[in-house]
Design a protein around this ligand. Structure first.
Ligand SMILES: N[C@@H](CCC(=O)N[C@@H](CS)C(=O)NCC(=O)O)C(=O)O
Length: 269
């Protein structure tokens, strides 16, 4: 039995659903409303003390951390394989996945909250005291600090410059990798593509496609991803109409600020 604790728009849950779909696995879902704080309920904190989705229950095993979960699924359900055969190529996939855990995921939280989710959070909380109480409930200090850094000032926050720099660097690296391969590592879809699909999708939802205007290989890769049944089952079918219009309009409004930061970042490189 596979039971996934998840959320419609969580990037980390998206990659797990994508993997489950590529493996043609049946699963049942427990959906958490992150804006209502269901991730902080004691029942869920017993599953993941960090109060983060996704978590996966497989029979008697309980797993957290999306990259760990998708590697586990690939081992427990080997067909079709989502890692290359060759050791060096497998290491390359893991190197890409590690970059997410080393900081890019936190940058994505800063990007999403700085542009869009801060508006939902402030509206849901209704007062500065309630926003402070929300932060106090976040068990993971890194997640707490990164949200706190951008919620007040949004895209004008100094933290936002680091975010733009990180994504521009990432997209440059991806463009280079994709200039010699069909997929990020080689010519077959791997866990690296599945792991990065939600992040480029997030940029797309935040109306930031301008970041790959001059990066044709990313545009080609992203179009190919969206064609895959696994992407549609794991991401598209879960896109949440409560989030998308806000992300699009707030992202469009943020674009001039991003362009301004980009021009500085690129001139310094
Ligand atoms: N490193 C973790 C990160 C998980 C994570 O940050 N999950 C977010 C959704 S993408 C979450 O649950 N956020 C709860 C919150 O915003 O309080 C993983 O890869 O699973």
């Amino acid at each position: 039995m596979l039971r996934l604790f998840h959320n419609t728009m969580s990037s980390c849950a998206q990659k797990v659903r994508f993997t489950l779909a590529e493996k043609n696995l049946e699963w049942e879902g427990v959906e958490l409303d992150l804006r209502a704080g269901q991730q902080f309920e004691p029942e869920f904190l017993r599953i993941n003390p960090k109060g983060l989705v996704p978590a996966l229950q497989h029979d008697e095993h309980l797993l957290v951390e999306s990259n760990v979960i998708i590697e586990y699924l690939n081992e427990a359900f080997p067909e079709p394989p989502l890692l290359p055969v060759e050791s060096a190529a497998r290491a390359r996939v893991r190197w890409w996945m590690k970059k997410l855990d080393d900081g890019l995921h936190l940058e994505t939280i800063a990007l999403s909250f700085g542009i869009a989710f801060r508006h939902q959070l402030i509206a849901a909380c209704g007062s500065d005291e309630a926003v402070a109480a929300h932060f106090a409930r976040i068990p993971d200090p890194y997640v707490r600090e990164v949200q706190r850094a951008v919620v007040d000032e949004g895209i004008e926050s100094p933290r936002f410059e680091q975010v733009v720099q990180a994504f521009d660097q990432l997209l440059g690296d991806l463009e280079q990798a994709l200039s010699t391969n069909v997929w990020i590592v080689g010519d077959e879809l791997t866990l690296a593509d599945i792991a990065y699909a939600p992040y480029v999708t997030r940029l797309d939802h935040l109306h930031l496609q301008g970041l790959w205007d001059d990066r044709p290989n990313i545009a080609r890769w992203y179009a190919a991803l969206r064609e895959r049944a696994g992407y549609q089952a794991g991401l598209t079918n879960w896109f949440n109409a409560k989030y998308l219009p806000l992300m699009d309009s707030a992202g469009e409004a943020a674009w001039p600020r991003l362009e301004q930061i980009l021009s500085v970042v690129r001139a310094e490189r």
